[in-house]
Each structure stands twice: as structure tokens, then as C-alpha cells.
Design a binder for this molecule. Structure first.
Ligand code: BEZ
Length: 248
């Protein structure tokens, strides 16, 4: 997917804001790797917890924005699935990223995290869990149907039991596994949901003429208005899976 990094920095600030709570699960330690660090807002905050902090992100555009905001941070372009690093970390941290990795590749992801951790090191992560954005996605799919367009969910939102099994299979001891509903106000008033849909359902929309994209987004918003509009903001139906797991 193509990331509009500057748009993300301006309109999706809530992502890092909510990630701040996750920092409470990060102990003070020597070394932390921030996987999918985006524009670096949480990477910067992690520097209060460790002497060595490194961020990686697959998007070169995001890394450019991160480096311009925080020139002293150690941030590089990297795909966690292919990532090599001589360092071993006390904590691998990740906020709002794991749901971008397919079900098929989750084992590989957790094996890589396991390899990067020191003995007894911690994975501290939060991402979309079961039911995440169900209402948004169902509304979008039902509008696409009226245009005879099929859609496939491009994210992985696991239920806690499934993820628990995966973690155990990859050699982790579960310290915390919390699945919870976190209704999330989007920024930018009415434009919050249209821009969210345009950015995150880009894979389905990009192949369509621009006028049709606009129409589909508008109809999806109309359907969601009675459910997710609170009079001032759109409130996205986010469900989170919060994980703290220790390398055995
Ligand atoms: C999320 O953070 O839950 C999310 C963000 C973008 C697309 C889908 C889910």
C-alpha cells in the first residue's frame, strides 16, 4: 500500500496517542526495537525507557517524515519479515502494525520477533483484534456490492485464543492478552471517515474511476452516519488485541 506519510502525520495522530497507553507495559531496559514506527512519535517516547532505541518502518515516506521530525532517532526503512540486525533487544514494541501482516505470515513474524529478543525479552504489541472495524467494513462491502464489486479484507484481526496459540507455538510465555473494544474518534470532523476510507481501503478503490470512488465513499459514510457519527466526529469501531509475551 502507498502511504501518504504527511497526511498520516496530520490526520492519524490518534494512532500514536492511543499507543501511549501501551508504553506502560514497557519496562526500563537497555534496548528496544519499534516495529512499524511510522512517523516516530512513539519511538521518541520509548527513548525514556532505554538507552538504545531503534525504529524500523517499511515505508520510505514514513521514515523520511520521522527523520525530519526527530533527526537524532535511529530509524531505518525495513520490513520486519526480512529484517536482519546484529543487536538483540530487551523489548520488541509495536503499535497498530501486526494487523497489516497476513494470517499466513504471522508465524514468520513471531519467529522473527523471537529471534530479535534477548532471552526473557518481551514482545509488547497492540493491533486490531477480532471484530475490528466490522461496522465500517460491512457498510463498505454492502456499497461495493451495489456496483457488483467484490472485496476481500486486507487485514488480519485475530481472536485472542488463536493468537495465544500462535504465540505459544513460537516459544512465548503469555504475560497479558487483552481483547477490548476501543471506540476511536477520528480526526478532522466530517472529513475523518472519508479520508480514512480513501487511505485504508485504497486497495479496493484504486482500480475504479475517481468519480466512482468518491460516490462509494459518500454512500458508505451515509450508511454509517446513524451508527458512528456522534455529532462532531466519526467514532471508528476499533477492537484491540494487546499482547505482552516473554521469550522462553
Ligand atoms: C486499525 O488500526 O485498526 C486499522 C487501521 C487501518 C486499517 C484497518 C485497521
Amino acid at each position: 500500500m502507498h502511504w501518504d506519510a504527511e497526511g498520516y502525520r496530520k490526520n492519524q495522530q490518534f494512532v500514536a496517542k492511543y499507543g501511549t497507553a501501551l508504553l506502560e507495559d514497557v519496562p526500563e531496559c537497555d534496548a528496544i526495537l519499534d516495529v512499524g514506527c511510522g512517523t516516530g512519535v512513539l519511538t521518541k517516547q520509548l527513548c525514556r525507557k532505554a538507552t538504545f532505541v531503534r525504529g524500523i518502518d517499511q515505508s520510505a515516506a514514513m521514515v523520511r517524515v520521522a527523520k525530519s521530525q526527530f533527526p537524532n532517532l535511529d530509524i531505518t526503512v525495513g520490513d520486519i519479515l526480512q529484517y536482519h540486525d546484529a543487536h538483540r533487544y530487551d523489548v520488541v514494541f509495536s503499535n497498530a502494525v501486526f494487523h497489516w501482516i497476513s494470517r499466513r505470515q504471522q508465524g514468520q513474524l513471531l519467529a522473527k520477533v523471537h529471534q530479535l529478543l534477548k532471552q526473557q525479552g518481551l514482545l509488547v504489541a497492540e493491533f486490531g483484534g477480532a471484530y475490528n472495524i466490522d461496522q465500517i467494513y460491512q457498510a463498505f462491502v454492502s456499497v461495493l456490492k451495489t456496483y457488483a464489486i467484490k472485496s476481500k479484507l486486507h487485514f488480519y484481526f485475530p481472536d485472542p485464543r488463536t493468537y495465544q496459540k500462535l504465540l505459544i507455538q513460537q516459544g512465548f510465555l503469555i504475560k497479558k492478552l487483552n481483547h477490548y473494544y476501543r471506540p476511536t474518534p477520528l480526526e478532522n470532523g466530517y472529513h475523518g471517515l472519508p479520508s480514512w476510507l480513501a487511505q485504508f481501503f485504497e486497495a479496493d478503490l484504486v482500480q475504479l474511476p475517481e468519480a466512482q470512488q468518491t460516490e462509494i465513499i459518500q454512500k458508505t459514510c451515509d450508511k454509517l452516519m446513524p451508527k458512528l457519527w456522534d455529532g462532531t466526529s466519526w467514532v471508528a469501531d476499533y477492537w484491540r488485541l494487546q499482547v505482552v509475551a516473554q521469550k522462553k
